[in-house]
Ligand binder design. Sequence first.
Ligand code: CAA
Length: 262
Amino acid sequence: MSYELILTDVRGDGPLKAGVITLNRPKQLNALNDALMDELGAALKSFDADDGIGCVVITGSEKAFAAGADIAAMASWSYMDVYKSDYITRNWETLKSVRKPVIAAVAGYALGGGCELAMMCDFIIAADNAKFGQPEIKLGIIPGAGGTQRLPRAVSKAKAMDLVLTARMMDAAEAERAGLVSRVVPADKLLDEAYAAAESICGYSLPSLLAAKECVNRAFEAPLNEGMLFERRAFHALFATEDQKEGMDAFVAKRKPAFKQQ
Ligand code: CAA
Protein backbone atom coordinates (compact mmCIF):
# COMPACT_ATOMS: atom_id res chain seq x y z
CA MET A 1 0.00 0.00 0.00
CA SER A 2 1.28 3.48 -0.77
CA TYR A 3 0.96 6.32 1.71
CA GLU A 4 1.11 10.10 1.32
CA LEU A 5 1.54 11.34 4.88
CA ILE A 6 3.73 8.63 6.37
CA LEU A 7 6.75 6.64 5.23
CA THR A 8 7.18 2.97 6.04
CA ASP A 9 10.28 0.82 6.13
CA VAL A 10 11.39 -2.55 7.43
CA ARG A 11 14.71 -2.90 9.25
CA GLY A 12 16.82 -5.70 10.64
CA ASP A 13 18.56 -8.90 9.59
CA GLY A 14 16.99 -11.47 11.91
CA PRO A 15 13.95 -13.65 11.29
CA LEU A 16 11.80 -10.96 12.94
CA LYS A 17 12.24 -7.42 11.68
CA ALA A 18 11.17 -3.97 12.87
CA GLY A 19 8.49 -2.06 11.01
CA VAL A 20 9.31 1.66 10.95
CA ILE A 21 6.65 4.36 10.46
CA THR A 22 7.81 7.94 9.92
CA LEU A 23 5.18 10.68 10.22
CA ASN A 24 5.72 12.84 7.18
CA ARG A 25 3.84 16.17 7.07
CA PRO A 26 6.95 18.29 7.60
CA LYS A 27 5.45 21.68 6.65
CA GLN A 28 2.79 21.30 9.36
CA LEU A 29 5.25 19.81 11.90
CA ASN A 30 3.45 16.47 11.50
CA ALA A 31 0.14 17.88 12.70
CA LEU A 32 -2.20 14.91 12.94
CA ASN A 33 -5.26 15.02 10.69
CA ASP A 34 -7.72 12.24 9.87
CA ALA A 35 -5.91 11.28 6.67
CA LEU A 36 -2.60 10.87 8.49
CA MET A 37 -4.19 8.94 11.35
CA ASP A 38 -5.98 6.65 8.87
CA GLU A 39 -2.66 5.93 7.15
CA LEU A 40 -0.93 5.38 10.48
CA GLY A 41 -3.70 2.98 11.52
CA ALA A 42 -3.46 1.06 8.25
CA ALA A 43 0.34 0.75 8.51
CA LEU A 44 0.10 -0.38 12.13
CA LYS A 45 -2.51 -3.02 11.30
CA SER A 46 -0.42 -4.26 8.41
CA PHE A 47 2.76 -4.58 10.52
CA ASP A 48 0.80 -6.20 13.35
CA ALA A 49 -0.57 -8.83 10.96
CA ASP A 50 2.81 -9.52 9.34
CA ASP A 51 4.45 -12.64 10.78
CA GLY A 52 7.88 -11.30 9.82
CA ILE A 53 7.53 -8.20 12.02
CA GLY A 54 8.35 -8.34 15.74
CA CYS A 55 8.19 -4.70 16.74
CA VAL A 56 7.20 -1.27 15.40
CA VAL A 57 9.01 2.07 15.68
CA ILE A 58 7.05 5.31 15.19
CA THR A 59 9.06 8.45 14.62
CA GLY A 60 8.75 11.93 13.13
CA SER A 61 11.26 14.50 11.94
CA GLU A 62 14.20 16.09 13.72
CA LYS A 63 12.02 19.15 14.44
CA ALA A 64 8.76 17.48 15.38
CA PHE A 65 7.47 14.09 16.33
CA ALA A 66 4.04 15.73 15.99
CA ALA A 67 2.87 19.21 16.99
CA GLY A 68 -0.60 17.95 17.87
CA ALA A 69 -3.93 17.47 16.20
CA ASP A 70 -4.39 19.64 13.11
CA ILE A 71 -5.67 22.94 14.48
CA ALA A 72 -6.51 24.37 11.05
CA ALA A 73 -8.67 21.34 10.29
CA MET A 74 -10.49 21.59 13.64
CA ALA A 75 -10.92 25.35 13.81
CA SER A 76 -14.43 25.57 12.34
CA TRP A 77 -15.85 22.38 13.82
CA SER A 78 -18.98 22.49 15.95
CA TYR A 79 -19.70 20.24 18.90
CA MET A 80 -21.83 17.98 16.70
CA ASP A 81 -19.18 17.84 13.96
CA VAL A 82 -16.65 16.47 16.37
CA TYR A 83 -19.10 14.29 18.31
CA LYS A 84 -20.77 12.72 15.26
CA SER A 85 -17.51 12.03 13.45
CA ASP A 86 -16.25 10.09 16.47
CA TYR A 87 -13.09 12.16 16.24
CA ILE A 88 -10.16 10.64 18.17
CA THR A 89 -11.74 7.22 18.80
CA ARG A 90 -12.31 6.41 15.11
CA ASN A 91 -8.69 6.27 14.08
CA TRP A 92 -6.53 7.24 17.07
CA GLU A 93 -7.26 4.17 19.13
CA THR A 94 -5.93 1.78 16.46
CA LEU A 95 -2.52 2.14 18.06
CA LYS A 96 -3.87 0.72 21.32
CA SER A 97 -5.01 -2.47 19.57
CA VAL A 98 -1.54 -3.33 18.24
CA ARG A 99 -0.36 -6.55 19.90
CA LYS A 100 3.34 -6.17 19.10
CA PRO A 101 5.65 -3.77 20.98
CA VAL A 102 5.59 -0.20 19.66
CA ILE A 103 8.43 2.24 20.39
CA ALA A 104 8.06 6.01 19.95
CA ALA A 105 11.33 7.65 18.86
CA VAL A 106 10.69 11.32 19.63
CA ALA A 107 12.74 14.30 18.48
CA GLY A 108 11.55 17.90 18.67
CA TYR A 109 7.96 18.76 19.51
CA ALA A 110 5.58 16.15 20.89
CA LEU A 111 2.67 18.42 21.76
CA GLY A 112 -1.04 17.85 22.31
CA GLY A 113 -2.06 14.87 20.20
CA GLY A 114 1.65 14.32 19.44
CA CYS A 115 2.41 13.78 23.12
CA GLU A 116 -0.72 11.64 23.41
CA LEU A 117 0.34 9.54 20.43
CA ALA A 118 3.78 8.99 21.95
CA MET A 119 2.15 8.00 25.26
CA MET A 120 0.04 5.37 23.48
CA CYS A 121 3.26 3.66 22.40
CA ASP A 122 4.80 1.11 24.75
CA PHE A 123 7.80 3.24 25.56
CA ILE A 124 9.36 6.49 24.44
CA ILE A 125 13.00 7.03 23.53
CA ALA A 126 13.60 10.79 23.40
CA ALA A 127 16.21 12.83 21.61
CA ASP A 128 17.82 15.45 23.83
CA ASN A 129 15.98 18.15 21.84
CA ALA A 130 12.53 16.64 22.51
CA LYS A 131 9.83 18.82 24.04
CA PHE A 132 6.63 17.40 25.47
CA GLY A 133 3.47 19.27 26.35
CA GLN A 134 -0.31 19.43 26.39
CA PRO A 135 -0.91 23.04 25.32
CA GLU A 136 -4.58 22.59 24.33
CA ILE A 137 -5.69 24.99 27.07
CA LYS A 138 -4.22 27.82 24.95
CA LEU A 139 -6.75 26.92 22.23
CA GLY A 140 -9.78 26.97 24.49
CA ILE A 141 -9.99 23.17 24.62
CA ILE A 142 -8.46 20.34 26.65
CA PRO A 143 -6.47 17.26 25.59
CA GLY A 144 -8.76 14.82 23.80
CA ALA A 145 -6.67 11.72 23.13
CA GLY A 146 -5.58 10.73 26.62
CA GLY A 147 -3.54 13.69 27.84
CA THR A 148 -5.56 14.10 31.02
CA GLN A 149 -5.54 10.32 31.65
CA ARG A 150 -2.24 8.84 30.50
CA LEU A 151 -0.05 11.79 31.49
CA PRO A 152 -0.94 11.68 35.22
CA ARG A 153 -0.38 7.92 35.21
CA ALA A 154 3.04 8.48 33.61
CA VAL A 155 4.31 11.55 35.46
CA SER A 156 2.16 12.11 38.60
CA LYS A 157 -0.88 14.31 39.11
CA ALA A 158 1.19 17.35 40.07
CA LYS A 159 3.25 17.45 36.91
CA ALA A 160 0.32 16.52 34.67
CA MET A 161 -1.76 19.36 36.16
CA ASP A 162 1.17 21.73 35.72
CA LEU A 163 1.56 20.83 32.04
CA VAL A 164 -2.16 20.68 31.21
CA LEU A 165 -3.11 23.88 33.09
CA THR A 166 -0.12 26.10 32.21
CA ALA A 167 0.57 24.68 28.71
CA ARG A 168 4.29 24.81 29.39
CA MET A 169 6.61 22.42 27.59
CA MET A 170 8.80 19.87 29.37
CA ASP A 171 12.23 19.16 27.94
CA ALA A 172 13.66 15.67 27.48
CA ALA A 173 15.66 15.70 30.72
CA GLU A 174 12.59 16.66 32.76
CA ALA A 175 10.51 14.07 30.88
CA GLU A 176 13.02 11.38 31.78
CA ARG A 177 13.13 12.46 35.44
CA ALA A 178 9.33 12.40 35.51
CA GLY A 179 9.16 8.89 34.04
CA LEU A 180 7.50 9.83 30.75
CA VAL A 181 10.41 8.61 28.63
CA SER A 182 12.54 5.53 29.15
CA ARG A 183 15.80 7.08 27.94
CA VAL A 184 17.23 10.26 26.45
CA VAL A 185 19.87 10.07 23.73
CA PRO A 186 21.75 12.62 21.61
CA ALA A 187 19.49 13.78 18.77
CA ASP A 188 21.80 12.42 16.09
CA LYS A 189 21.71 8.97 17.71
CA LEU A 190 17.93 8.75 18.18
CA LEU A 191 17.14 6.41 15.31
CA ASP A 192 20.21 4.23 15.92
CA GLU A 193 19.12 3.79 19.55
CA ALA A 194 15.51 3.10 18.60
CA TYR A 195 16.54 0.57 15.94
CA ALA A 196 18.94 -1.12 18.38
CA ALA A 197 16.13 -1.41 20.94
CA ALA A 198 13.82 -2.76 18.23
CA GLU A 199 16.47 -5.24 17.12
CA SER A 200 16.92 -6.62 20.62
CA ILE A 201 13.13 -6.97 20.98
CA CYS A 202 12.95 -8.73 17.59
CA GLY A 203 15.53 -11.26 18.83
CA TYR A 204 13.12 -12.63 21.45
CA SER A 205 10.12 -14.93 21.21
CA LEU A 206 6.98 -13.28 19.88
CA PRO A 207 4.62 -15.23 22.20
CA SER A 208 6.51 -13.92 25.22
CA LEU A 209 6.70 -10.38 23.80
CA LEU A 210 2.94 -10.29 23.26
CA ALA A 211 2.29 -11.67 26.74
CA ALA A 212 4.73 -9.26 28.37
CA LYS A 213 3.10 -6.26 26.70
CA GLU A 214 -0.38 -7.45 27.59
CA CYS A 215 0.58 -8.00 31.23
CA VAL A 216 2.35 -4.64 31.71
CA ASN A 217 -0.67 -2.88 30.19
CA ARG A 218 -2.93 -4.80 32.55
CA ALA A 219 -1.22 -3.05 35.45
CA PHE A 220 -3.00 0.15 34.38
CA GLU A 221 -6.42 -1.46 33.98
CA ALA A 222 -6.79 -3.85 36.91
CA PRO A 223 -6.36 -3.92 40.70
CA LEU A 224 -3.08 -5.50 41.84
CA ASN A 225 -4.50 -8.92 42.76
CA GLU A 226 -6.28 -9.20 39.37
CA GLY A 227 -3.16 -8.05 37.55
CA MET A 228 -1.07 -10.60 39.44
CA LEU A 229 -3.49 -13.37 38.51
CA PHE A 230 -3.47 -12.25 34.88
CA GLU A 231 0.34 -12.28 34.89
CA ARG A 232 0.52 -15.72 36.51
CA ARG A 233 -1.86 -17.22 33.94
CA ALA A 234 0.18 -15.74 31.08
CA PHE A 235 3.40 -16.99 32.73
CA HIS A 236 1.93 -20.50 33.05
CA ALA A 237 0.67 -20.41 29.46
CA LEU A 238 4.12 -19.66 28.07
CA PHE A 239 5.25 -23.10 29.29
CA ALA A 240 3.06 -24.49 26.51
CA THR A 241 5.21 -22.79 23.86
CA GLU A 242 8.11 -24.33 21.96
CA ASP A 243 10.03 -21.12 22.58
CA GLN A 244 10.02 -21.63 26.37
CA LYS A 245 11.68 -25.04 25.81
CA GLU A 246 14.12 -23.50 23.35
CA GLY A 247 14.94 -20.51 25.56
CA MET A 248 15.61 -22.60 28.65
CA ASP A 249 17.39 -25.45 26.79
CA ALA A 250 19.63 -22.88 25.12
CA PHE A 251 20.48 -21.28 28.47
CA VAL A 252 21.35 -24.65 30.02
CA ALA A 253 23.42 -25.65 26.95
CA LYS A 254 25.13 -22.22 26.96
CA ARG A 255 24.10 -21.48 23.37
CA LYS A 256 22.05 -18.76 21.68
CA PRO A 257 18.34 -19.61 21.43
CA ALA A 258 16.76 -20.01 18.01
CA PHE A 259 13.18 -19.03 18.72
CA LYS A 260 10.48 -20.51 16.49
CA GLN A 261 7.89 -17.86 17.38
CA GLN A 262 5.43 -20.46 18.64
N1 CAA B 1 -1.95 22.02 13.59
C1 CAA B 1 -1.85 22.58 12.38
N2 CAA B 1 -0.74 23.23 11.94
C2 CAA B 1 0.30 23.32 12.78
C3 CAA B 1 0.26 22.76 14.08
C4 CAA B 1 -0.93 22.09 14.47
N3 CAA B 1 -1.04 21.47 15.66
N4 CAA B 1 1.45 23.03 14.68
C5 CAA B 1 2.20 23.71 13.80
N5 CAA B 1 1.50 23.89 12.65
C6 CAA B 1 1.95 24.58 11.45
C7 CAA B 1 1.94 26.08 11.66
O1 CAA B 1 0.65 26.60 11.45
C8 CAA B 1 2.93 26.52 10.60
O2 CAA B 1 2.28 26.49 9.34
P1 CAA B 1 2.59 27.71 8.29
O3 CAA B 1 4.04 27.58 7.98
O4 CAA B 1 1.70 27.36 7.13
O5 CAA B 1 2.25 28.97 9.00
C9 CAA B 1 3.96 25.38 10.59
O6 CAA B 1 3.32 24.25 11.19
C10 CAA B 1 5.19 25.70 11.41
O7 CAA B 1 4.75 26.10 12.69
P2 CAA B 1 5.28 27.44 13.43
O8 CAA B 1 5.56 28.49 12.43
O9 CAA B 1 4.32 27.77 14.51
O10 CAA B 1 6.67 26.88 14.01
P3 CAA B 1 7.42 27.38 15.33
O11 CAA B 1 8.74 26.68 15.30
O12 CAA B 1 7.39 28.85 15.45
O13 CAA B 1 6.53 26.80 16.55
C11 CAA B 1 5.27 25.14 17.72
C12 CAA B 1 6.41 25.44 16.73
C13 CAA B 1 5.64 25.65 19.11
C14 CAA B 1 5.09 23.62 17.76
C15 CAA B 1 3.98 25.83 17.26
O14 CAA B 1 3.77 25.49 15.90
C16 CAA B 1 2.75 25.42 18.01
O15 CAA B 1 2.53 25.90 19.11
N6 CAA B 1 1.91 24.52 17.44
C17 CAA B 1 0.66 24.13 18.00
C18 CAA B 1 0.84 23.19 19.18
C19 CAA B 1 -0.52 22.81 19.78
O16 CAA B 1 -1.25 23.64 20.24
N7 CAA B 1 -0.87 21.49 19.77
C20 CAA B 1 -2.11 21.00 20.27
C21 CAA B 1 -3.11 20.84 19.16
S1 CAA B 1 -4.75 20.43 19.71
C22 CAA B 1 -4.67 18.75 20.06
O17 CAA B 1 -3.66 18.11 19.85
C23 CAA B 1 -5.92 18.15 20.60
C24 CAA B 1 -5.80 16.74 21.05
O18 CAA B 1 -5.58 16.46 22.20
C25 CAA B 1 -5.99 15.63 20.13
